[in-house]
Design a protein around this ligand. Structure first.
Ligand code: SF4
Ligand code: SF4
Length: 304
């Protein structure tokens, strides 16, 4: 099929917002009839961005570049990396869901657990929709997280990692930087879920208005905060960072709690994502204001 030349950055962003607004799949699946999500932040990165090679060195050689994952599933397209764009989105948690989870002290609020399951089911549908729609208008695409060969890999540095990290794709697309707890702090905060699609299309990359991968976290910016350490019921966060294995074990425990308490098969936690300064925005003032101006933030002052 011929490529539709009208497919632009705003076209893709509108496609995502429209699906959120109109899809019947956007639901918490409870009696309230409330949607799981209200809107999305959308960013773009080029398939030829050198950051993808850097991820191979930092995360591990098993982490796909956009070209690798696209080519595995669309080899007949014979594309080069610069013909690909990674479309990333952030689905910020709704205020009602954040407020509910702020009250939790060990296991998640029902609203949060519903989003973890049904909100993510919507996110899967959104990935399929974006990839399917773009293919229909002449831009073949793949959602790496839905690729049949996506897998979790044991990693020396991270205890485990995967073939494709949605958060790292979002970082590449200018959508946020990492916090002490490993979550991605975005313009709408760290309480969110994230998705992406790799498509054969040339779109303008979103500028990364940060100098380093921790710019939006107060702990790294000025040595303060650390509130996520106290929020974690599993003691999985320390000043040295996030212990993924402890976190995973707590998530396993949450399954029984969710089933017994809320009467559905789910799980979750996210206590470190709420009741903290980075819950719903960028807490580092200089970085937040620089982003609003569309500029890089000034370098942080040296720590005392
Ligand atoms: S709670 Fe504080 S220390 Fe933890 S990620 Fe957020 S800003 Fe950083
Ligand atoms: S998700 Fe829960 S267990 Fe994992 S680091 Fe955050 S607060 Fe701790």
């Amino acid at each position: 099929m011929d490529e539709d030349p009208t497919v632009s950055n705003p076209y893709v962003a509108d496609l995502i917002q429209q699906f959120i607004a109109e899809s019947p799949l956007n639901t918490m699946q409870d009696k309230s009839g409330e949607p799981a999500w209200e809107s999305a932040l959308v960013g773009f990165s080029s398939g030829s961005d050198p950051i993808w090679q850097q991820y191979k060195e930092y995360i591990g050689p098993f982490h796909w570049t956009p070209w690798e994952v696209f080519n595995q599933h669309h080899s007949s397209e014979n594309v080069s990396a610069d013909q690909l764009t990674v479309i990333s989105w952030i689905l910020p948690q709704r205020k009602m869901v954040r407020l509910a989870n702020r009250k939790a002290s060990k296991f998640p609020a029902e609203e949060w657990a519903r989003i973890r399951v049904y909100g993510e089911e919507f996110n899967v549908a959104l990935r399929k929709y974006v990839a399917g729609h773009l293919a229909k208008v002449g831009h073949p695409a793949i959602a790496p997280m839905l690729a049949p060969n996506w897998t979790i890999v044991k990693s020396q540095r991270f205890s485990y990692a995967s073939s494709w990290s949605e958060r790292h794709a979002a970082y590449a697309a200018g959508l946020g930087t990492f916090g002490l707890c490993d979550g991605l702090i975005t313009a709408k905060g760290k309480a969110m879920r994230v998705g992406s699609v790799v498509a054969k299309i040339s779109l303008e990359p979103t500028p990364r208005l940060y100098a380093g991968h921790h710019d939006y976290c107060l702990f790294y910016a000025d040595g303060t905060c650390g509130k996520c350490i106290d929020r974690c019921p599993a003691r999985a966060i320390t000043q040295s960072g996030h212990d993924k294995e402890k976190c995973r074990q707590h998530l396993v425990l949450s399954r029984d709690y969710v089933k017994e308490t809320y009467k559905f098969a789910g799980y979750g936690c996210g206590l470190c994502q709420v009741g903290v300064p980075c819950e719903a925005g960028i807490p580092v003032k200089a970085a937040r204001e620089a982003l609003k101006r569309g500029e890089l933030p000034p370098p942080p002052p040296p720590l005392a």
